[in-house]
Design a protein around this ligand. Structure first.
Ligand SMILES: [Zn+2]
Length: 312
């Protein structure tokens, strides 16, 4: 099962306890996966559509518990999605009116005129903000498997994106937004914020799972950095040796090495033959072997002579 499904399964396990949060969740679904079907005479029907039957059941229960609305359930098959089954919850005209007024999406006195918005509570109370984000995620969200990186996203429309990002902002979560096939994509990309968002939604088990992966990844990265560091030193050593060999070869073509002090001639010749060994190893190859600092000293002297000659 994908990490997204694990998170959703956990979130679907319990209904919110408070009435305010139930309404906030219903509001989020109404704005993300519902459509308003005109029924003539300014009347509308609210229709929720989802492939997730557990989510359809949740919306059904929330409508029942919070607003005493009984939606009717039917199924459809999406030809474009390989014949996958979709669940459709339809709220009748009278209940739709009650629903939209409760959500402050419809003003009582102006029949038929639709007013977009969320219940005030969804923005002011933390519990309701959490419920809204949770529902937005259940309706049209996904989260990347933490093994592959940190990315949580919500697919939404322009007007709904504003509400969602306002709520993310209030919850101190940094977000970004982009277009995707005519929809808005609101995403969270920082590891800490993905964790905070899971915490806000109440996906505590998934959060633990993600933290475990984060710890593993951090220690793996540390090990990789150490390996890369060794590799960098090795590269430095290789290129320093190769640079010395090239400089010595160029010098010997100009002057021959014969005019140099004997010990410098010897280490110079050895370097030309062995561009990729360390100075320590080079020191051991000398007729009178020296240690690392001895070899370093000789090589520095030789390179000073060559540098001075190049500049002259
Ligand atoms: Zn609440």
């Amino acid at each position: 099962m994908s990490f997204s499904s694990t998170v959703k399964e956990e979130l679907l396990r319990a209904l919110p306890e408070k009435g305010c949060c139930m309404l906030s969740e219903i509001s989020a679904y109404t704005q993300s996966i519902a459509s308003l079907r005109l029924a003539g005479g300014g009347r509308v029907k609210v229709v929720y559509e989802t492939e997730n039957s557990a989510l359809a059941k949740r919306i059904f229960l929330l409508l029942k518990k919070r607003l005493e609305i009984t939606a009717s359930l039917s199924f459809t098959r999406y030809a474009r999605l390989g014949g996958r089954r979709g669940c459709i919850l339809t709220v009748n005209e009278q209940d739709s009116r009650h629903l939209l007024v409760s959500l402050r999406m419809l003003r009582e006195e102006e029949s038929g005129s639709v007013f977009k918005g969320v219940p005030r509570a969804a923005m002011t109370r933390r519990c309701c903000r959490a419920a809204f984000v949770r529902a937005a995620f259940l309706g049209a969200g996904s989260v990347q498997d933490p093994e592959h990186g940190y990315h949580l996203e919500f697919v939404t429309s322009q007007s709904k994106a504003e509400i969602l990002t306002g709520i993310l902002e209030k919850s101190n979560l940094s977000w970004g937004m982009t277009d995707r096939r005519g929809s808005k994509l609101v995403y969270i990309r920082k590891g800490d914020d993905v964790v905070s968002c899971l915490a806000l939604m109440g996906a505590h088990q998934a959060l633990m799972e993600m933290e475990n992966v984060r710890i593993l990844r951090a220690s793996r990265n540390q090990a990789n950095r150490a390996t890369n560091c060794d590799q960098a030193n090795l590269n430095k050593q290789l290129s320093a040796g190769a640079r010395q060999a090239a400089a010595i070869t160029a010098y010997s073509l100009r002057h021959s090495l014969g005019g140099l002090p004997k010990d410098l001639q010897e280490i110079g010749r050895l370097r030309m033959l062995n561009p990729d060994v360390s100075l320590e190893e080079l020191g051991k190859m000398l007729s009178e072997p020296v240690g690392k600092s001895g070899a370093n000293h000789k090589m520095r002297k030789l390179m000073q002579i060559i540098d001075a000659d190049e500049k002259a």
